[in-house]
Design a protein around this ligand. Sequence first.
Ligand SMILES: [Mg+2]
Length: 166
Amino acid sequence: MTNNPKMTLSEKTAREWLNKRGVTIEDIAELVMFLQQKYHPDLQIEDCIENINRVLSKREVQNAILTGIQLDILAEKKLLDEPLQSIIEVDESLYGVDEILAFSIVNVYGSIGFTNYGYIDKQKPGILQKLNDHSSGDCHTFLDDIVGAIAAAASSRLAHRAVDED
Ligand SMILES: [Mg+2]
């Protein structure tokens, strides 16, 4: 998929940055499974991956990924000005812009994405728990919301398609 010659620079970079920050498509696919398995018992991991790939092909999704990860990296390198540096570095709970940015991803496939996003953000399964471990010294203030939002958007797409097929 990353070798697709027609892929834009934004999509290629967004995918590379997700990988570099420790998030694989399979990690996100597991989150989609977590959200959708109870509604679609026959759901295969390949279906989840296909829906995630479609989500990642959207420009607004790529923009959110690039912006969020860039801010995480700058905070990790202590390159932001105060007070933003401290706010992002300690993942201050009242900051909220990380969630707002993630909403631009959730939005892509309509309002059921918000329900999925809220649920997965509370449960923090799999990779989300790993990203929320602040003991590592890595900063994933934006990335955890972005990854949850990609999974929520892919789940919405999958759910809409299932309804259309019935
Ligand atoms: Mg966050």
